[in-house]
Design a protein around this ligand. Structure first.
Ligand code: DGJ
Length: 739
């Protein structure tokens, strides 16, 4: 009878799935290899149908041999549960850090998960998706683990769906996205801390026994103090060109928790997902919960290769218009702050044109009438043009910019509100706040309750109105300057929904607004900004073309910040502006900004003639090399952390062109800067190349001999000396194939 049922299920399954899916039935031991081009994550059931991870590393030539891996390990799964569990439940005999905690409909807190079935589908572009269904033998709750693999990039995207198939409500205490298991000897974690103007400060830690946690509880922005981004090296710290390393990001813009737990066998458990802090999620019968994805790229030949693969994945599959081009721009934030009017802005348009950028970006301060936005204390939420500053409205500015020969973009911060605003007066119930407690502000503002569909409509409406009334708006800077304090939603209360849904529903509410926006306005470039780089993750970047790295635009600081971001995010996404934040010469500032998506935040008329001449030429140079920066392969050559200089290069896919950025990052005795050549990477050893210098300041000459020809072999084996010195603190070299 049992066999008959199984056979029937098999046939039904097969018919349902068609040819692209491979159904597999429960049997005694099931091995599920999830393979990319070079690597494999292998899942296997034990004799009790519990699902474990038996391998993470190089793929085997013969997939049939995966089944035999487990037998090679003498791991006595013992008194604390199953360490290698692929999704660790809690409440029975598993006492290690769980991935899942459920309070069942009857109040019971125990969950076990057993393998039911799995299927593998081949999607477009050779992408595969394997899903594995697990079920509790006592309760009907079902968990499906999803593994999407981008084989060419060795990138994995993993998430989980939990379905309440019980008769009543269940409560999810913890609902991780991914639960991985690595078998190694030592683990080195590169993780980040920071604050406003000091984002992405790295620290490398050899993971100890016990649990090491990365976490954020800021509600509306994940990146500010600690990003959901990390690098994990196996056995020893990886270098650019050696070592086993995993680069990862939780694609979620809210609270997260990522636990690294070393087990008694020196194997590492990784549990990553939404932070369970104050976030118990209730599911009614029949409802499902889909977690965000953990995205990870893995490789065994050093960080550089993994990072290039992740960039290529991001450009092809994640960031908006990743293979497209970007607009150079002039932003008025640091040039004017809130102090501008129509006349001043129109004058700045002329400056943008004179400089040669594509677009003028109007920043904060253009709105609010009852409470004019003349500082950060008032007006946020009142999205009508300030009639004193802009008597003819945005439409007029768009027209004037067009007349001046530049496109027009605009800043918004639609998720937030100043208490001094008409919006707050009209809709206090739209604001996240504890009604019985004093309000607490971050930059004098509060966060709107995006769990409320009415608020979602309002936020969508701000952008929709801007675009409808001004179809020529060519760029949006979407800012988010506050964190969620006093987490409480009047909407959830009214709906008799648990308050513990707020953190999750906020982020999902934000994503649904962005989704809707992108349906209607699929291509308008949008910069993701969050009081500097407070919100950078692959959850949001699906909807954005680029992100603001930091309000700190000091070029020296930026070399370090952009270096760290460059591990995870391609340069096409790094907004880097030349500003007056630092008094360092304009050449150094420009050369650093060119490593990303270049822009300006200066008063053009205040540039000296030779600075203007330099900048105009620099924009032309950028246009000629941007294809390499945006779409080429990045090689980090010399790290600023351990050296008095920094050097990186971008190489075209055909290896016929490259651009090398070299900077002095210390003011130590200058003999230490260029004592040896810098070995280039990524070129074709067989090809011949010539080098020349770009961005020379008027009146200076290059020390590079442009007639000399070098083989790729020479440039990569011996290297090239850019001759950095205290008089040549940044040197941009173009490498071009001699045909
Ligand atoms: C914070 C951003 O990071 C800045 O670039 C600027 O847009 C201000 N907000 C405006 O308030």
């Amino acid at each position: 009878m049992k066999q008959q049922v199984l056979l029937y299920c098999f046939l039904a399954f097969y018919l349902l799935l068609g040819q692209s899916a491979t159904p597999v039935l429960a049997q005694s031991i099931v091995t599920i290899p999830i393979e990319s081009k070079d690597y494999a994550l292998v899942l296997q059931t034990d004799s009790d149908q519990r699902l474990g991870i038996t391998h993470f590393g190089k793929r085997l030539n013969n997939a049939a041999e995966y089944a035999g891996i487990k037998a090679m390990y003498k791991r006595d799964d013992n008194n604390v549960g199953i360490n290698n569990n692929a999704y660790t439940p809690s409440g029975t005999w598993s006492l290690v850090e769980p991935a899942l905690q459920i309070i069942h409909a009857d109040g019971n807190t125990s969950t076990e998960l057993r393998y039911v079935s799995h299927r593998k589908e081949v999607l477009a572009n050779q992408v595969t998706q394997t899903s594995v269904v697990l079920r509790d033998p006592v309760y009907a709750t079902e968990v499906t683990l999803y593994f999407k693999v981008y084989p060419q990039n060795n990138v994995f995207e993993q998430w989980t769906e939990i379905k309440n198939a019980e008769k009543g409500n269940i409560r999810l205490g913890k609902y991780a996205s991914a639960n991985l298991y690595f078998m190694g000897s030592d683990y080195y974690l590169r993780h980040y801390h920071g604050t406003w103007a000091g984002e992405m400060k790295p620290e490398e830690t050899r993971l100890p026994f016990g649990i090491h946690t990365l976490d954020s509880k800021l509600g509306a922005r994940a990146n500010l103090f600690q990003p959901p981004t990390f690098m994990l090296s196996f056995d020893q710290p990886a270098t650019e060109n050696t070592g086993k390393v995993l680069l990862a990001n939780l694609a979620w813009s809210g609270n997260f928790k990522i636990d690294f737990e070393m087990d008694p066998y020196h194997n590492l458990r990784l549990i990553a997902g939404i932070n369970p802090h104050a976030s118990e999620y209730h599911l009614a019968a029949g409802q499902s919960f889909k977690t965000p994805a953990l995205i990870y790229a893995y490789g065994e030949n050093g960080i550089g290769e993994v990072s290039r693969n992740l960039h290529s994945w991001a450009r092809n599959f994640r960031i908006l218009d990743g293979n497209g081009s970007r607009l150079t721009l002039l932003n008025n934030w640091e040039a004017t702050y809130f102090d501008f009017d129509e006349k001043k802005l129109v004058g700045l348009f002329a400056g943008a044109k004179k400089l040669g950028v594509d677009l003028f970006l109007l920043d904060d301060g253009w709105f609010g009438n009852k409470y004019p936005r003349n500082g950060d204390v008032a007006g946020l939420g009142d999205w009508q043009e300030n009639v004193k500053k802009l008597p003819h409205g945005i439409g007029y500015l768009v027209e004037e910019a067009t007349k001046a020969g530049v496109k027009f973009g605009i800043w918004v911060e639609p998720e937030m509100v100043n208490p001094k605003s008409e919006l707050y007066e009209k809709h206090p119930d739209w604001v996240i706040r504890q009604p019985e407690r004093p309000e607490h502000y971050y930059r004098n503002q509060l966060v709107l309750d995006l769990s409320n569909p009415e608020v979602q409509d309002f936020v969508f409406g701000i952008l929709d109105k801007l675009f409808t009334q001004n179809p020529n708006i060519a760029f949006i800077k979407w800012d988010c300057n506050a964190v969620i304090y006093n987490a409480h939603s009047a909407y959830l209360e009214k709906q008799k929904m648990p308050q513990t849904h707020l953190y999750v529903d906020y982020v999902n509410g934000l994503y649904s607004v962005l989704e809707r926006l992108r349906k209607k306005y699929p291509i308008v470039p949008m910069m993701l900004c969050s009081g500097g780089g407070g919100r950078v993750d692959y959850g949001s970047l699906k909807y954005f073309t680029e992100f603001w790295v930091s309000d700190n635009t000091d070029p020296l600081e930026r070399i370090f910040q952009q270096w760290e971001y460059s591990y995870y995010y391609p340069a096409i996404t790094h907004c880097a502006h030349i500003t007056d934040w630092s008094k360092v010469g304009i050449k150094f500032r420009t050369d650093v900004a060119m490593m990303g998506k270049m822009g300006y935040d200066i008063v053009v008329d205040q540039l000296k003639p030779e600075e203007l001449e330099f900048s105009q030429q620099a924009i032309k140079n950028y246009q000629s090399i941007s294809d390499m920066i945006w779409h080429g392969d990045l090689y980090r050559l010399v790290s600023p952390w351990q050296n008095p200089i920094a050097s990186s290069m971008f190489v075209s896919p055909q290896k016929d062109r490259a651009i090398v950025f070299n900077y002095v990052v210390s003011n130590r005795y200058e003999n230490s800067f260029s004592t040896a050549p810098i070995k280039l990477q990524g070129l074709d050893p067989q090809k011949k190349y010539r080098l020349s210098e770009l961005n020379l300041f008027p009146g200076t000459r290059s020390s590079i001999n442009t007639t000399a020809v070098y083989s790729g072999d020479f440039l990569m084996t011996v290297g090239f000396n850019p001759n950095l010195s205290l008089r040549r603190t940044s040197v941009l070299m173009e490498v071009a194939e001699v045909k």
